[in-house]
Design a protein around this ligand. Structure first.
Ligand code: MSP
Length: 643
């Protein structure tokens, strides 16, 4: 049965250019929308810009423009950015749209008539940066928590929304709907806040102070407070109160925000809807913050990450993949270009890219690029038996995508990619291709692999739409409407025999980091030389760890290398005799090493150092005073594998 799916992003302030944070939220909404379309849902995805208020007036003045000219210009930057990032909203709303302004006026009149808006003189602590009054308990050491300046005491007659009246109702609603605010930590935060009495909300600003806003329909001397205006975009965009869109999508509404704007969305907005007689939205999805070098991204710190620059440097889909794979939804994440490059090289160029190029190359070499017909019996006997795992992958992916756990959904896909790569190694199609008698096996194996790749390519559509389309073309399936249909994927149908594959071409070229730290090769060879501060490296799957051939070894002989102060040449037994050059001469004497056990990486590419070929690397911990060799705590037979 098809359900509607309505997803919104915050409408962004136009006082700054779009940055990584805006791109992330909008990307999440795009990926979620594409995923729901894969399930056959009717989707409406809304984003836009928030254009009224004092902040905007001040930004315009700084640029020497009128507010109108200024908002047109910056709003366009947002609107034009999204297609560049393959983000495809169904509507881009602006709070200066006449339709939106009319809805704001209508809701205000309704609430006013119902008696929930009153006029009152108020004296309070006002932060001009935030455009709002603060209560004493909201301040941090007497200062605004955002702007870190002491608010000014001002006295003003204003209109107030009787929000306090909805407190008990709201607490009850949140308690009775555990998934109203997700993840749980933010729900708890809101409930904790609601333990204290809720105050009424000041919803007007005198025009003498601020003219750039929507006039109150019942008092022309005032304009509407920006938050009261902005939140209503979520219903005005659907044509509230009439309109087919409103009827179809509002019952399925999900708002997506970061934690910075939890309070207006979890408290003001439900109370406003209740007072206006509009049913509540379904879910509020809250994500964490992207930090740069462990700090907040901010214009004044000069560490704002420009989404377009990254996309241009590393490719659009790599950028999209990284953001969704790296951040655990709900928790803060650190952004670094090094981590992006790592993921690009490891996950995309290596795991995914190699799988496609290896299998497609073989399919061309051994089958002329045409998918063979494999009868069910042969498939059963010689195929790779991927079915149960494939279905498990789709189900876990679906669960995780539905729960906004994008990193988990992608991890599930990569586990399957790992399984396919392993299957290539184990089944060794190049061996099967040597004999005529193993032709049926070869065909069954390649057909199985292609089927697995079709699944991977389809599942990647929401996150990497361009790459997914390129893979679809490489698999010769352009015209197949089932390619991105989730229900079809669960059926694990055979790859249509006779399909003509497209040519293999590299999906992701490896990249060198722009600002890379010197890699391990730059350190003294043979062993980690300098003490390193442990930094958290990106998570790896067990299959990546298993690629390393780590073994215990016994040192048979050791001698200095002439002219190399830091290097020792060792002969070791790691199940076989090897020569290793290690950068430990300043810390170990040759004679103290002979007979000792060490740990080596036995499958490291050989490297020539001072004319000697080193066939591995010793493991050492980066101690204060230099490297300390790592050894088994009890002697073991040389060559014992580490696991
Ligand atoms: N105009 C209001 C929202 C009104 S919605 C009715 C506003 N605008 S904003 O331009 O400041 O955007 C805030 C939102 O941008 C966050 O909630 C989040 O979606 C996104 N992000 C801005 N910086 C971010 C990070 N550093 N990290 C992650 N997301 C961030 O508030």
């Amino acid at each position: 049965m098809s359900m509607a799916f309505y997803i919104t992003t915050p409408i962004y302030y136009v006082n700054a250019r779009p940055h990584l944070g805006h791109a992330y939220t909008t990307l999440v909404a795009d990926a979620a929308s594409r995923f729901q379309r894969m399930r056959g849902e009717r989707v409406f995805f809304l984003t836009g810009t928030d254009e009224h208020g004092d902040k905007i007036v001040r930004a315009a003045r700084k640029e020497g423009l009128s507010p109108r000219e200024y908002v047109d210009r910056v709003s366009r930057l947002f609107r034009e950015l999204w297609p560049e990032l393959a983000i495809a909203p169904d509507r881009f709303i602006r709070t200066t749209d006449p339709g939106h302004q009319a809805v704001v006026a209508r809701v205000l009149s309704r609430i006013h008539e119902a008696g929930d808006i009153y006029f009152s003189e108020y004296e309070g602590l006002y932060c001009f940066g935030c455009e709002r009054f603060y209560t004493e308990r909201e301040l941090v050491e007497g200062r605004c928590p955002d702007h870190r300046v002491a608010p000014e005491r001002i006295r003003e007659a204003n209109y107030f929304f009787r929000m306090s009246r909805y407190q008990d109702w709201l607490v009850d609603h949140i308690r009775r709907h555990p998934d109203f605010i997700r993840p749980e930590r933010y729900r708890n935060e809101v409930l904790a806040f609601l333990r204290e009495p809720l105050e009424d909300l000041c919803i007007s600003r005198p025009r003498s102070r601020l003219d750039w806003g929507i006039p109150l329909p019942f008092d022309e001397r005032y304009v509407t407070y920006v938050w009261f205006d902005a939140l209503l975009n979520y219903v005005s965009a659907l044509g509230w109160p009439e309109g087919e869109l409103f009827a179809a999508f509002w019952p399925a509404a999900r708002h997506l925000i970061a934690k910075d704007i939890l309070k207006p969305h979890a408290i003001y907005w439900p109370c406003m809807l209740r007072a206006a007689g509009i049913p509540l939205f379904r879910h509020l999805h809250v994500h964490g913050y992207w930090k740069v070098e462990e700090g907040k991204m901010s214009k004044s710190l000069g560490n704002v990450v420009e989404p377009l620059a990254l996309k241009d440097r590393y490719g659009l889909d790599a950028f999209r993949y990284f953001l969704l794979r790296e951040m655990a939804f709900g928790v803060d994440a650190s952004f670094s270009e090094e981590a992006l490059v790592q993921r690009l090289n490891a996950d995309l160029a290596n795991d995914l890219g190699n799988l496609f190029s290896r299998v497609l190359t073989m399919a061309w070499k051994y089958m002329d690029g045409v998918v063979p017909a494999v009868d069910p019996e042969t498939a059963r006997q010689y195929g790779l038996g991927l079915g149960p795992e494939a279905v498990r992958t789709v189900l876990e992916y679906e669960r995780a995508m539905e729960a906004f756990e994008f990193h988990r959904a992608l991890a599930a896909v990569w586990e399957f990619v790992g399984r396919l790569n392993k299957a290539v190694d184990l089944s060794a199609p190049w061996e099967l291709a040597k004999k005529k008698s193993t032709r049926p096996q070869l065909e069954a194996v390649l057909a199985s692999l292609l089927k697995g790749m079709r699944l991977v390519a389809g599942l990647l559509h929401p996150v990497m739409p361009h790459t997914s389309a390129r893979m679809q073309a490489q698999l010769g399936l352009e015209a197949d409407p089932r390619f991105t249909n989730l229900e079809d994927m669960k059926l694990w149908q055979p790859f249509p025999a006779g399909t003509r594959l497209g040519k293999a071409s590299a999906l992701f070229p490896r990249v060198e980091p722009a600002t890379a730290e010197p890699g391990p090769e730059a350190a003294a060879p043979g062993a980690a030389a300098a003490p390193e501060t442990p930094t958290r490296k990106p998570e790896v799957g067990i299959e990546e760890f298993l690629k390393l051939d780590l073994r215990a070894a016994t040192v048979l002989a050791a001698e200095p290398l002439p002219k190399a102060k830091k290097l020792l040449k060792l002969e070791i037994d790691c199940g076989e005799r090897r020569t290793i050059v290690a950068g430990i001469a300043e810390h170990y004497r040759p004679e103290e090493l002979v007979g000792r056990q060490v740990i080596v990486i036995a499958n490291l590419k050989p490297a020539k150092l001072m004319g000697v070929v080193s066939q591995g690397m010793l493991l050492a911990a980066g101690g204060e005073a230099g490297p300390v060799l790592v050894a088994p705590v009890k002697p073991v037979p040389p060559g014992s594998a580490l696991k």
